[in-house]
Design a protein around this ligand. Structure first.
Ligand code: TEU
Ligand code: CA
Length: 530
């Protein structure tokens, strides 16, 4: 791995969902000035990079992933000047910024789509995918992915919400426009891009698949293989990526992406978003150990994440968000952020925010949730309906950030928020957590501090030394003679023998002599040289 790539391993990302982070002008919607205001908080936590979810002009049907102008800042979030100020303040504090790049689709309110639907020979018609009848049985948001447009007199493809029309990347003008969009933000000084469902920009029509089509690598190289992008960091959201895909997408000399988010570990507890299934925490060990081995052997960069704006809160999904919430949140952080790769922390994860429960559809905004509700409200029994909705809704990740137990949890001065406040904000909030004897925030801060000081944690080889046990995850990292051993116990008390010469550096329970570990106990050890 070249030095450039090695340096990326020093990044620690914090993902911000701008609608829900901090509302600086008390209009109920988070904004860019609110983010600038909280830079000291990010520094205190110990992150050195931010992934900003979409801040662009958007009707907001899909939380900003339905963009109507790629170069304009959504009014509610502020102005381009506010963006520049935020970026400059981050850079002045040694924090990198990557923004969201949404290439697969635009809002149907985008100028391109408004033009395209006017007539078949409109110069923008071929920017989208039209047909006289649905070309296949693809489904999006519980309905056909093909929607008839009265004005256009044809069907157009939307792999997500009907207000998100898929772009036709086979049209070179579309690729040109998208390169110009990237260059606009690169010229403004951003350090990179998180690329939304980027493996869908080439459809595999032949195999009836929405993604990974024959031109995928060619298109991605056309975007990011340019001189302009040589020092840009890119992370692609690739739900369907297998090992071969990831080697091709992120191999250092491929001129494509720096790394990807792959999701094999995410859906452990569900068959689909609103379809729970049983799982065991040892599945995480199996999946993580597999991908650590693959990325290490192929000299690739892996991304370490368990929450984002599309996923429920990990303590509620996979562990105990009640009596052992602190232990659960810190165990997952230890398991993830001591592995080989780049950490991504989602806002609120650093204080162990939990899932919520609501039983009125007006209290939800997530378009995947509202379409599920529409499809099943007369089919499912009321309790089942709301249990499934609260199980899978993406709104679990999107309630306003609870900064304190005061008015509106400190998100603003009391103005009605775009989404209901996090119901537990009086009890679970940044201020209370930091003052608490057992603080998730303080544990995250110590963990990231340890990572910053340890070459082994940032650059070291990874080896799973758990053996056959399904009760815990034990692994070691080593670099240039420095050896670190990481222990993560799962839900039951377990006797675990550690390698000789381990000295504990950090743990989420008080240190103890014996080798009996409590539920969700995690600890990091330095292994003394013999
Ligand atoms: O997510 C794509 C995606 O993975 C999800 O839609 C996922 O398939 C679904 O949630 C599974 O139930 C990206 C963005 O992260 C998401 O917020 C957007 O809604 C979506 O793309 C469309 O832009
Ligand atoms: Ca605001």
């Amino acid at each position: 791995m070249t030095e450039k790539y090695e340096n990326f391993l020093d990044f620690v990302f914090y993902q911000i969902y701008p609608r829900s982070f901090k509302d600086s002008n008390n209009d109920g919607m988070g904004d860019l000035r609110g983010i600038t205001e909280k830079i000291p908080y990010l520094l205190e936590l110990g992150v050195n990079a931010v992934w900003l979810s979409p801040h662009y002009k958007s009707p907001g049907k899909d939380g900003g992933y339905d963009i109507s102008d790629y170069r304009a800042v959504q009014e509610e979030f502020g102005t381009l000047e506010d963006f520049r100020e935020m970026l400059d303040a981050m850079h002045a504090n040694g924090i990198k910024l990557i923004v969201d790049f949404v290439p697969n689709h635009t809002s149907t309110e985008h100028y391109w789509f408004q033009e395209a639907r006017k007539s078949k020979d409109n110069p923008y018609r071929d920017f989208y995918i039209w047909a006289d009848k649905p070309l296949n049985d693809w489904v999006a948001c519980c309905e056909s992915a093909w929607k008839y447009d009265d004005v256009a007199g044809q069907y157009y493809l939307h792999c997500f919400d009907p207000t998100q029309a898929d772009l036709n990347w086979e049209n070179p003008r579309v690729r040109e426009e998208m390169k110009n969009v990237l260059d606009f933000w690169i010229d403004l000084g951003v350090d990179g891009f998180r690329c939304d469902v980027i493996d869908m920009i080439s459809k595999d029509w032949e195999n009836n698949r929405m993604n990974k089509g024959p031109h995928l690598h060619e298109y991605i190289r056309e975007l990011f293989g340019r001189e302009k992008c040589k020092n840009i960091f890119t992370v692609g959201e690739c739900w369907g990526a297998n090992v071969e895909n990831i080697r091709n997408l992120t191999g250092e000399n491929r001129g494509e992406l720096t790394t990807v988010f792959q999701f094999e570990h995410i859906n452990r507890n569900c068959r689909s978003r609103f379809e729970p299934k049983n799982f065991s925490l040892s599945e995480f060990r199996e999946v993580f150990a597999k991908w650590q081995k693959i990325t290490q052997e192929n000299d690739l960069i892996y991304t370490l994440f368990i929450e984002n704006h599309d996923q429920g809160r990990c303590v509620s999904r996979f562990a105990d968000d009640g009596a052992l919430r602190y232990e659960s949140a810190t165990m997952f952080a230890t398991m993830l952020y001591c592995m080989r790769g780049i950490p991504f922390i989602y806002q609120g994860q650093e204080i162990g925010v939990t899932n919520s429960y609501f039983d009125k559809i007006e209290d939800f905004d997530d378009m995947e949730t509202t379409s599920f509700y529409r499809a099943y409200k007369d089919v499912l029994d009321k309790d089942d309906l709301w249990n499934l909705i609260n199980f899978g809704t993406r709104d679990n990740a999107r309630h306003p950030m609870p900064w304190n137990g005061e008015t509106a949890g400190g998100f603003n001065e009391g103005a009605k928020t775009w989404l209901p406040l996090y119901p537990e904000y009086r009890k679970i909030n940044v201020e209370a957590d930091k003052q608490s004897e057992i603080s998730v925030f303080r544990y995250f801060k110590s963990l990231l501090g340890l990572r910053r000081q340890s070459e082994a944690l940032r650059r070291g080889i990874f080896e799973d030394i758990t053996g056959e046990a399904k009760t815990h995850f034990l692994y070691r990292r080593e670099y240039d003679g420095e050896e670190i051993v990481v222990l993560c116990n799962f839900e039951k008390e377990t006797e675990i023998s550690l390698p000789e010469g381990c000295v504990r550096l950090l743990g989420n329970y008080p240190e103890h002599e014996n080798n009996v570990f409590a539920p969700y106990e995690a600890a990091i050890y330095k292994k003394l040289k013999r």
